[in-house]
Every structure is written in C-alpha cells, then in structure tokens.
Design a protein around this ligand. Structure first.
Ligand code: GTP
Ligand code: MG
Length: 149
C-alpha cells in the first residue's frame, strides 16, 4: 500500500488539534503505521525542507519548525499521498477550503499546523528521514474489507 509522511507542526501540538487530525485520517479509513513525538533538530529540518533552502522564508521556517515538539506519523492506504494533501488543504490557510485541516484551524502560511508529503517519492524520502524501519509497524487492519471494495 502507498504510504505518506504526515507531521503535526509545533503550532498544531500547542493548539491541541493532534487528536482531531489523527481522528480525521482514522475516520477516512487510512491505517496508522508509525507515530512518535519528536523535538526536531535543525539538521533534520534542513534535510526535510532541503528543496526550500533558497527561499527567503527558509530561516523563519526553520525557527518555526524547531520551536517545539512535532507529531511524526506514517499513514498507509490507497492514494494516501494525494488524498492526504487534499485533507490538509492549500499551503496558505486563507486559500484552504473549509473542511480541510488548514481551512478549519489556521490563518497564516507560517503557522499552517500540518505537513504532508507532496509525492510518493517525497513520502518515501521523508519516511526514511524521520523513522527507522523498526519504528514502522506492520499490522492487520481488520476494517480493511469494510473500507475497500
Ligand atoms: P508542507 O506540507 O509543510 O511541506 O507544505 P506545502 O507542501 O503545502 O508547502 P511547501 O512545501 O511549499 O512549503 C513548506 C512550508 O513552508 C509551508 O507549509 C509553510 O509552513 C512554509 N511556507 C511556504 N511558503 C511560505 C511563505 O511564503 N512564507 C512563509 N512564512 N512560510 C512559507
Ligand atoms: Mg511541501
């Protein structure tokens, strides 16, 4: 099954929306295969956001993302990368539709609550950065046949 890397950012932890975010992915039918709380260091964040190094907002992004613990998660399921991005909403929360996570909980792009991988390749790269193999669980999802045709 396809996997994606989803991370509740420091503001999402402070805003106490972790439970709601986990609940949305669970309710959708996706399977949680890895989860931990991490205080990320700058080198991990620089690797994670490597493609944005030249952006003018990069230093602010590093300050924001290292400002407190995050919830790192791996979710598994059909089309979970693209569908996960739809559940998050647009990068700028003022453009995110109501009903999406950013649309419901955020206003500024620099405080947009949550990260989701933007492609299957990015997802595999990010899962490798944030998790070791033994932190990823393989478990039988007993709702599988009620979720998938
Ligand atoms: P992620 O899921 O966090 O990767 O967001 P994204 O894929 O929707 O957007 P992108 O990868 O382009 O940017 C990564 C993060 O940088 C965003 O989620 C924002 O937190 C931040 N960011 C992006 N653009 C801006 C900007 O113009 N200003 C500021 N302050 N932050 C930005
Ligand atoms: Mg991104």
């Amino acid at each position: 099954m396809e996997r994606t890397y989803i991370m509740v950012k420091p503001d999402g932890v402070q805003r106490k929306v972790v439970g709601d975010i986990v609940g949305r992915f669970e309710s959708k039918g996706y399977q949680l295969v890895g989860m931990k709380m991490v205080q990320p260091d700058r080198s991990l964040l620089e690797d994670h956001y490597d493609s944005l190094k030249e952006k003018p907002f990069f230093p602010k992004l590093m300050d924001y993302m290292s400002s407190g613990p995050v919830i790192a998660m791996v979710w598994s399921g059909k089309d979970v990368v693209a569908t996960g991005r739809k559940m998050l909403g647009a990068t700028n929360p003022l453009d995110s539709a109501p009903g999406t996570i950013r649309g419901d909980y955020a206003i500024d792009v620099g405080r947009n609550i949550i990260h989701g991988s933007d492609s299957v390749e990015s997802a595999e790269r990010e899962i490798g950065l944030w998790f070791t193999d033994d932190e990823l669980m393989s478990w039988q999802d007993h709702s599988h046949d009620w979720v998938y045709e």
